[in-house]
Design a protein around this ligand. Structure first.
Ligand SMILES: Cc1cc2nc3c(=O)[nH]c(=O)nc-3n(C[C@H](O)[C@H](O)[C@H](O)COP(=O)(O)OP(=O)(O)OC[C@H]3O[C@@H](n4cnc5c(N)ncnc54)[C@H](O)[C@@H]3O)c2cc1C
Length: 553
């Protein structure tokens, strides 16, 4: 390769003629010159080997540096217009835990297969990571950021029976703010599932590994150790160090990741380093399009409200337990159970403090979980101390008593047909998609569990040495409004019977080939355990099924 400095009247054509080379070849090796049709006078032109001519400059000089195609964001984005030109093998809607986990797994399977994966997400790029990883956000500041209606949408304001619900429309969905508490469902909680406990265990293992779930976060803390000992001594033998999706693993280069908390954005980062995929944000899926009994694509709108049709051989709908059934119902997808069996956790909260005088040394982080048992159908979490729970710079002893930042119980809620999300045609959004309404109530059995939590939390507090201070401006204990747990699930649940389930055991909508659901909506039940680990495990399983059953035609 030689270099030539273009003269005043030179063009690519004249230079190609002069060196008797193909003009397209000349252009190809000179992509650093952006505007082929404007003057190239003075530009350094690369002359491919084998051509005759005069070189200019010295062979010691570096070749001209190509203008680097720069990124506008930390993650490459595609426009909806560009995506409309591709037929996707799998198109994922939503980038929360369901969408993120499915994407990661598909990219693992299809790293060099040429299979085409696309993702569309309604929201934009709110945070580049999980909120607790931002050093300025300790527990209370992160909670206040989350409370901002511009950050999380208080959708429950129009849902009187589910008034605590909030959505986060942005890349990562609600996992940007989640608490990362990641217990498995207990055996007695999956008795009615369409898959075996052994298979679920295998997928828990995969999900825990990729989400770096461990009980190490509070392992060395003297506060956690002492409180656990008190609980065990008082008969609460089920209490454990809380499992958290926090990367505590040392690498061979040192402990570089110990403060990172998993969010679905981690899934995107991992996927990005494995296989190419297209991602469009600020892109609203407005309709699932089917032909006969198979999915053929998705209609979606960009921020300018322009509609595009995205062709797809398969679609994974992971838009949350409230939005996923909305889109299916609006698209006329048949299924008696779609939108029904809405479940959540009844959430009884209090707060308290722990006298620190009784601890021998720097106290550390308190993270304890009491899982449900076959007798007690609720889970209790004890977390603190504020403000160091997440920003655990605990090199000094606490001056005052340790205030908890969460102390409460999640009660099991029955999956009942009458608890449902349905379309509210009286209010349509700007794209003509009807809003949602919710019918929701706690059954007599749910109420009995709520009473059980209410009477047992003070006993647990006494055993743990916690002084109750009350919560949300209320004394002692209070029951939060339904939806406030943010664990809503089950509205497109898996099962073998299309009468009582929306999707089959692999997450495929009954009777519609190529259309899958992922995320909390697909879970048949959630017992008393925080649901996100289970949703990730199931999304990974759906991706495995898809990759086994699809190949490039
Ligand atoms: C403060 C807080 C703390 C929490 N703590 C925990 C915890 O400790 N442990 C736990 O297990 N869970 C916790 N959760 C719950 C957890 O965040 C959810 O279980 C999980 O995020 C659900 O994942 P998802 O994929 O189903 O839905 P989401 O995370 O809600 O993701 C859905 C995505 O779909 C997008 N979307 C919606 N509609 C459309 C559309 N039409 N077109 C395109 N995109 C669309 C949304 O913008 C969103 O990004 C917590 C939640 C909150 C808010």
């Amino acid at each position: 390769m030689r270099l030539y400095i273009a003269g005043k009247n030179d063009t690519f054509e004249t230079i190609a003629k002069q060196y008797q080379i193909d003009v397209e070849l000349l252009r190809m090796v000179n992509t650093h010159i952006l505007h082929h049709h404007t003057s190239i006078a003075g530009a350094t032109i690369r002359i491919p080997d084998g051509s005759e001519g005069v070189t200019s400059g010295t062979t010691f000089s570096c070749p001209p540096v190509d203008p680097t195609p720069y990124l506008n964001n930390w993650i490459p984005l595609a426009s909806l217009q560009q995506m409309a030109e591709t037929e996707y093998d799998v198109l994922i809607i939503g980038s929360g835990i369901g969408g993120g986990a499915a994407l990661w797994r598909l990219c693992e399977h299809w790293s060099s297969t040429g299979m085409k994966i696309g993702v569309i997400e309604k929201g934009g790029l709110l945070l580049q990571t999980h909120s607790w990883n931002v050093p300025t956000l300790n527990s209370s500041r992160a909670a206040r950021l989350f409370a901002n209606p511009a950050v999380s949408t208080p959708i429950g304001l129009t849902l009187p029976q589910f008034s605590g619900a909030r959505e986060v429309y942005s890349l990562g969905g609600r996992t940007q703010f989640w608490g990362a508490v990641t217990p498995r469902l207990q055996r007695h909680e999956i008795a009615n599932w369409p898959i075996s406990p052994e298979e679920l265990t295998a997928y828990y293992n995969i999900a825990e590994s990729v989400m770096t779930v461990s009980n190490g976060y509070s392992k060395d803390s003297s506060m956690t150790e002492s409180v656990l000992n008190r609980l065990w001594a008082n008969g609460f033998t089920e209490a454990v160090n809380s499992p958290l999706a926090v990367n505590m693993n040392p690498t061979k280069y040192g402990k570089i990741l110990s403060s990172a908390v998993f969010s679905s954005i981690d899934f995107f980062a991992k996927a990005l380093n494995t296989a190419p995929f297209d991602l469009a944000v600020n892109t609203y899926a407005t309709r699932i399009v089917t032909e006969g009994n198979r999915v053929i694509g998705v209609q979606a709108a960009n921020p300018d409200k322009k509609n595009f049709f995205l062709r797809a051989r398969s679609v994974i709908l992971a838009a949350s337990a409230l939005q996923t059934p909305r889109l299916l119902l609006h698209s006329g997808i048949p299924g008696r159970a779609i939108g029904h069996y809405l479940t959540n956790h009844s959430m009884v909260v209090t707060n308290g403090s722990i006298p620190t005088a009784s601890f021998p040394e720097v106290q550390g982080t308190l993270a304890i979980l009491l899982p449900s048992t076959s007798k007690n159908h609720y889970q209790v979490q004890i977390q603190g101390p504020e403000p160091y729970y997440w920003y655990h710079d605990m090199t000094k002893e606490l001056q005052n008593d340790g205030m908890l930042n969460f102390f409460g119980g999640f009660g099991t809620v029955e999956s009942r047909f009458e608890n449902e999300v349905y379309l509210d045609y009286s209010c349509k959004d700007e794209h003509g998609v009807p809003g949602i309404a919710v019918n929701f109530s706690y059954s007599a059995k749910d109420q009995a569990i709520i009473e059980q939590i209410k009477s047992n939390i003070p006993i647990i507090a006494l055993a743990a040495g916690i002084q109750l201070t009350g919560s949300m401006g209320k004394p002692d204990l209070c029951l939060l409004a339904p939806g406030y747990d943010f664990h809503e699930s089950g509205t497109c649940r898996m099962g073998d019977d299309p009468n009582t389930s929306a999707a089959n055991r692999y997450g495929q909508i009954h009777g519609i080939s190529g259309l899958y659901v992922a995320g909390n909506s697909v879970l048949p039940s959630i017992g008393a355990a925080n649901p996100t680990l289970t949703a990730a495990a199931m999304a990974i399983r759906t991706a495995d099924y898809l990759s086994e059953n699809m190949s490039r035609i």
